[in-house]
Design a protein around this ligand. Structure first.
Ligand code: GDD
Ligand code: MG
Length: 360
């Protein structure tokens, strides 16, 4: 089988992390976001994966080519010279996606869930339509694509992207399975699957939805990235509890890379991920946060609901909170307070940041 992952866009909402690393390579639970998807596709029997890229392909090629062997898949890069949106990339990769009659998967690269691909194939084959969208329910549907059904049916009546008025709360989870015939509806130009292709398919009565069970999150924004980390760790606690840390200094779900050095007097959790080579000093307190590779959280620092970027340093007795995001190689000096700051790579902060702002 075949799958295409939409990995374009500049990931602006996940800045400052995406200023130095393309969004799909930002580590989620200590592995590049996109590897979670590649692994799940491979598990479902997908052998050809196309990464539709329009931004810094070199870095991605270098990082991801090495996983081909590990997962037993062919990974090819379909590089756009101008951003083709969410549908154009399917047309660009037509040769691969149409190489046989079997349906193919399409994924937004920033969504996490338990990827029920096998169930999705079964369901798709059972209804005979040209496309199936995975649907999930959210409280605020305004930042997503909303699915409106025909009564008592899985058939989609209307698809409304980013609705201004409430039309329902079952939304597009950003995962599809489509027949190759869908590509015939798409032109090779910047075009949106949500606003152009799906409405056409819905009109033909050929688009269905499949309800997702379990957690789901679009982790393309810092607040959602942290919330998604919590959901993922909850699910991990059920499926692979052995991967979580059971240290006496951990509360709730905590994932610690084996190469990290955490002081026994530091306290971690709930919902914390500690990356490779991270150092956490004596008496430090970390909750609902992600600390990326090579970062240092010095003694008695307090990190709350924040992301500490690669190689950054959080000084002794300092406190960062309220969705603060430190980019690559940032230094927060000792005894400094940061409230909701977005700190650009390589900055050093020696004065308090009292209210949420971008520090450049
Ligand atoms: N190759 C390529 N080229 N990929 C692109 C481009 C492009 O020009 N533009 C966006 N993408 C990729 C993004 O990297 C992402 O993986 C996916 O397409 C969706 O783009 P987002 O920018 O993340 O869209 P969104 O989050 O606002 O909305 C989408 O996702 C929601 C679920 O999270 C829509 O599909 C909504 O309908 C959906 O509910
Ligand atoms: Mg998104």
């Amino acid at each position: 089988m075949k799958g295409l992952i939409l990995v374009g866009g500049y990931g602006t909402r996940l800045r400052p992390l995406t200023l130095t690393t393309p969004k799909p390579l930002v580590e989620f639970a200590n592995r590049p976001m996109i590897l979670h998807q590649i692994e799940a596709l491979a598990d479902a029997g997908v052998t050809d994966i196309v990464l539709a890229v329009n931004y810094r392909p070199e870095v991605m090629v270098e990082t991801l080519k090495k996983y081909e062997k590990e997962y037993g898949v062919n990974i090819s890069f379909s590089v756009e010279t101008e951003p083709l949106g969410t549908a154009g990339p399917l047309k660009l990769a037509e040769d691969i996606l149409k190489k046989d009659d079997s349906p193919f998967f399409v994924l937004n690269s920033d969504v996490i869930c338990n990827y029920p691909f096998k169930e999705l194939i079964e369901f798709h084959k059972s209804h005979g339509g040209e496309g199936t969208i995975i649907a999930t329910k959210v409280e605020d549907p305004s930042k997503y694509g909303v699915i409106v059904h025909k009564p008592n049916s899985s058939q989609i009546d209307r698809f409304v992207e980013k609705p201004q008025v409430f039309v329902g709360n079952r939304i597009n989870a950003g995962i599809y399975i489509l027949n190759p015939s869908v590509i015939d509806l798409i032109e090779l130009r910047p075009t949106s699957i949500e606003t152009e292709t799906f409405p056409q398919l819905a009109k033909k009565g050929s688009l269905h939805s499949f309800d997702l069970e379990g957690y789901w999150m679009d982790v393309g924004q810092p607040k959602d990235f942290l919330a998604g980390t919590g959901l993922y760790l909850n699910a991990l606690a059920t499926r692979h509890p052995e991967r979580l840390s059971e240290g006496a200094n951990c509360v709730g779900h905590v994932l610690i890379d084996p190469t990290a050095k955490v002081s026994p007097t530091a306290k971690l959790g709930p919902s914390v991920v500690i990356g490779p080579n991270v150092v956490v000093g004596d008496g430090a307190r970390i909750s609902r946060s992600v600390v990326m590779r090579d970062a240092v959280v010095k003694p008695h620092a307090h990190v709350r609901q924040s992301i500490v970027g690669w190689g950054s340093k959080v000084g002794s007795w300092s406190r960062i909170e309220n969705v603060t995001v430190l980019g690559d190689d940032v230094e927060v000096k000792d005894e400094v307070y940061v409230n909701g700051g977005r700190v650009l790579p390589h900055k050093s902060i020696s004065a308090n940041v009292e209210k949420p702002e971008i520090i450049m």
